[in-house]
Design a protein around this ligand. Structure first.
Ligand SMILES: Nc1nc2c(ncn2[C@@H]2O[C@H](COP(=O)(O)OP(=O)(O)OP(=O)(O)O)[C@@H](O)[C@H]2O)c(=O)[nH]1
Length: 501
C-alpha cells in the first residue's frame, strides 16, 4: 500500500508542477491572460478592415482556463501535504507493527504447544503491514493462555477459563470489522457464551486470529484498490493535461503563423493600393482576397481544435470533481471505521478502548483542576441466570436496554462504557462529593424498574455498584481498584446496592 501511495504522490507532484508552470504568465503559453495575444490583435485588426467591426477577439481566444488553474494548484498543494503526512505515518505504523509481531512470533515459536496450523498463521503475521496489531497481540496472548490451561503444564495458571472467555468476548467487541467477518466473529462470540468443552478454546482463539488477519487483509485490499483507482485517475488526468498543453502550444504557433500570413497579405494589398489605381489592381485585390478567404477557412479549423481543447479541459475538471468525491468517500469510511474502534458492537455505547482514553483525559483534568471526579463500576446481578433461563439472545437484548437506560439516566457530561460482559464503567465529573450517591441511586432504581419480559415472564434485573472519588495520590489504576473492591463488597453484602469506598 505504501508503494501505491508513493506513486500517487509522485503523480500529484508532476501534475502540480505542470499546473504551476501553466499558471505563470509566459508569452509562449496559449492561455496567458496578461500578455496581449498577437493573434487576437491581428484578427481584431482584420475585422476592422474587412468586416467593419471592432471589439474583443472571439471568446474561444480568451484565457478560459486561467482562473480555474490557480484553484486546482491550491487544492492539489493541500492534498499533497496531507498525503505526504499520511505516507509518513503509515510508514511509522508499519515499522512498529512489524517489530511487535516479530517479538510475538519468537515467543510463540519458543512455545512447545503450537500446533501446525499456527505456523501458517505466524508466517502471515510476519507480513510487514498487518493491521490491528494490538488486538492480534491480545488474541495470541489468549491463545497461549488457553493452550496452557488445556495442557495444564503450567503450574502458575492465573487465568481461569471463565476469565479467558470474557476476555475473548471483549476482544471480539473491539474488532472493527463489518460484513462477513463481523458475522463470523459474532458466531464465535456465541460459541464462547455457550461453550461446554473448554478444550475447544485454543481452536476458537486460532479462528479469531485467522479472522482478524483476514479482516486486515480485506482492509488493506480495499485501501490498495482505492489508491490504485486514484492513481489511474491521476494518470488519465495527467495524460489529458499533457495533450491539452502541447495542443495549446501547437495552436499558438499555428495562429502566429497564420497571423503573419494575414498581415503579409494586408501589407501587400496596401502597397498595391498605393502604387496602382487601374484594372490590374482590381485583379490583384481579387487574388489576394481569395488567398485571405483560404486563410479564413484554416482559421475556422483552428477554432474547432480550440473548442475540442476546451472540452478536454472540462473533462479534466469533472475528473477532479470525481477524484474529490472518491477521496471524501474514503475519508468517511475511515472516520466510520475509527468510530467503530471505540463503540461496543452489541450495546452501541463506548467500549473499553474508549473508556481507557476517556479515563486518562478525566484523570489529567482532575490533576490539573482538582474538581471532584467519581468512578463507578456497575455489574448486573445474576446475569448468568438470564442467559441460562431465557437464552443468550434474551441476554443480549437485556444488555442493550440496560446500556441505553444507564446512558439516559446520566448527565450528558458523564461518561459510560461497557467495561466487561455485563459490567459498565461510569465517570461522573464535577460532582458534589457529599452527594455522589444520589445519581447512582437514581440509576439503580431506574434499572430495577425496566419492565423486562422473557418467555412471557415478568423479570426484574438489578445491579450492584461500587464507586469511589479520586483521592490525593491516586492514579487511574488505584481508583479503579478501589471501585472494584467496593463492587465486590456490594455483591457480597446482598447485591442490588451501592457501596461507596
Ligand atoms: N447474552 C450475553 N451474555 C453475556 C455477554 N457477555 C457476558 N455475558 C454473560 O454474563 C454472565 C456473567 O456471569 P457471572 O460473571 O457469573 O456473573 P453473574 O451471573 O452476573 O453473577 P453476579 O455478577 O455474581 O451477580 C456470563 O454468563 C456471561 O456469559 C454478552 O455479550 N451477551
Amino acid at each position: 500500500m505504501l508503494k501505491e501511495l508513493a506513486s500517487v504522490i509522485d503523480r500529484l507532484e508532476d501534475l502540480l508542477a505542470d499546473l504551476q508552470q501553466q499558471e505563470t504568465p509566459s508569452p509562449g503559453r496559449v492561455f496567458s491572460s496578461t500578455t496581449p495575444e498577437p493573434i487576437s490583435r491581428l484578427v481584431n485588426h482584420w475585422q476592422k478592415l474587412f468586416v467593419g467591426q471592432s471589439g474583443p477577439a472571439p471568446s474561444a481566444l480568451q484565457p478560459a482556463a486561467a482562473s480555474g488553474t490557480s484553484r486546482w494548484v491550491e487544492e492539489l498543494e493541500h492534498l499533497l501535504i496531507r498525503l505526504r503526512h499520511g505516507h509518513k505515518r503509515l510508514h511509522q505504523v508499519q515499522q512498529s507493527t512489524s517489530n511487535r509481531l516479530r517479538q510475538t512470533t519468537l515467543l510463540l515459536q519458543q512455545s512447545d504447544f503450537s500446533p501446525p496450523e499456527a505456523d501458517a498463521l505466524l508466517s502471515e503475521l510476519e507480513g510487514p503491514d498487518a493491521g490491528h496489531q494490538e488486538q492480534l497481540w491480545k488474541l495470541i496472548d489468549c491463545y497461549q493462555a488457553a493452550l496452557a490451561l488445556c495442557t495444564e503444564r503450567h503450574t502458575n495458571i492465573s487465568t481461569s477459563y471463565h476469565e479467558l472467555r470474557v476476555r475473548l468476548q471483549l476482544l471480539i467487541d473491539e474488532l472493527p470489522f463489518s460484513g462477513d467477518i463481523a458475522s463470523e466473529l459474532n458466531k464465535i462470540k456465541r460459541q464462547l457464551l455457550q461453550l461446554v468443552d473448554d478444550n475447544l478454546l485454543p481452536g476458537l482463539c486460532l479462528q479469531l486470529i485467522e479472522l482478524t488477519i483476514e479482516g486486515c487483509r480485506q482492509e488493506r485490499h480495499n485501501s490498495t484498490l482505492f489508491l490504485a483507482q486514484l492513481n489511474n485517475n491521476l494518470g488519465e488526468m495527467h495524460h489529458h493535461f499533457a495533450i491539452s498543453l502541447s495542443e495549446g502550444e501547437a495552436l499558438f504557433d499555428a495562429r502566429t503563423h497564420h497571423g503573419h500570413h494575414i498581415a503579409g497579405e494586408l501589407r501587400a494589398i496596401g502597397e498595391h493600393l498605393v502604387s496602382q489605381d487601374n484594372a490590374p489592381l482590381k485583379e490583384e485585390i481579387e487574388l489576394r482576397m481569395r488567398s485571405i478567404s483560404h486563410v479564413l477557412v484554416q482559421h475556422e479549423r483552428l477554432q474547432e481544435r480550440e473548442r475540442s481543447l476546451l472540452n478536454r479541459m472540462n473533462a479534466m475538471e469533472q475528473q477532479i470533481q470525481s477524484l474529490k468525491r472518491e477521496s471524501n468517500n474514503f475519508k468517511q469510511q475511515l472516520s466510520a471505521q475509527n468510530d467503530k474502534l471505540f463503540i461496543d458492537n452489541l450495546t452501541q455505547i463506548y467500549n473499553r478502548a474508549a473508556m481507557e482514553e476517556r479515563l486518562a483525559v478525566e484523570y489529567r483534568r482532575w490533576l490539573r483542576y482538582q474538581t471532584p471526579l467519581c468512578v463507578a463500576l456497575l455489574d448486573i446481578d445474576y446475569f448468568k441466570d438470564i442467559n441460562d433461563r431465557y437464552g443468550h439472545l434474551a441476554g443480549d437484548k437485556a444488555l442493550r436496554l440496560i446500556a441505553r437506560t444507564i446512558q439516559k439516566s446520566l448527565r450528558d457530561s458523564d461518561f459510560v462504557a461497557r467495561y466487561g460482559g455485563e459490567e459498565f464503567l461510569i465517570l461522573l465529573n464535577n460532582v458534589n462529593p457529599e452527594h455522589i450517591r444520589i445519581p447512582l441511586e437514581k440509576l439503580r432504581e431506574q434499572l430495577k424498574k425496566i419492565p423486562f419480559r422473557f418467555k412471557n415472564e415478568r423479570v426484574t434485573i438489578t445491579a450492584s455498584i461500587g464507586a469511589t472519588l479520586f483521592l490525593q495520590g491516586d492514579n487511574t489504576t488505584s481508583a479503579l481498584e478501589r471501585a472494584d473492591q467496593a463492587l465486590y463488597r456490594a455483591k457480597h453484602e446482598g447485591r442490588d446496592q451501592i457501596i461507596i469506598a
